[in-house]
Design a protein around this ligand. Structure first.
Ligand code: ZN
Length: 155
């Protein structure tokens, strides 16, 4: 059988990592044991035959000034924020108006990168902390399949 080039996926290091196969869409929760194996370079083969290699290196964090729109999951609440830094694991942003959410809420964020393509990014993040008008949120999924975001975050 020919050896496939593994697709790299980036782990945030936080618990409850989920990875979604970009070929067949299978969702898989990665437990601590699996992540430990990955740390040693193990690959994951999906049922469909796609091969993944986990990258556990520290996520690069990039300073930004990206206007974003959020919606609070399960509620008809929305607002505008300014993303001030972003990584593959999460974002920090500044509130422009009163927060309509609290820590633990899931936000659906939509924004455009300031790359030449003005790539539109949509993802979900869980609010971790709110301090004044500054908010930290962690992505709820592994957004490795956002290739454009990965490219944008390259040092
Ligand atoms: Zn698959």
């Amino acid at each position: 059988m020919e050896e496939k080039t593994p697709i790299k996926i980036y782990l945030t290091g936080a618990g409850g990592n989920v990875f979604v196969c970009s070929r067949c869409g299978l969702r898989k929760e990665l437990d601590a044991k699996r992540i430990e194996l990955a740390r040693k370079g193990a690959r994951i083969r999906c049922k469909c035959g796609e091969v993944y290699q986990l990258e556990l290196r520290r996520c690069y964090r990039k300073e930004a000034r990206l206007p974003a729109r959020y919606k609070v999951e399960g509620k008809a609440l929305a607002g505008d924020v300014l993303i001030e830094d972003i990584s593959m694991s999460g974002v920090s942003f500044r509130l422009i108006s009163e927060p309509k959410f609290k820590a633990g809420d899931i936000l659906k964020l939509a924004f455009c990168l300031d790359d030449p393509k003005k790539t539109e990014i949509k993802l979900e993040a869980e609010v971790r902390h709110i301090a004044g008008n500054k908010v930290g949120a962690e992505f709820t999924d592994l957004y490795y399949h956002h290739k454009d975001l990965g490219f944008y975050l390259m040092p």
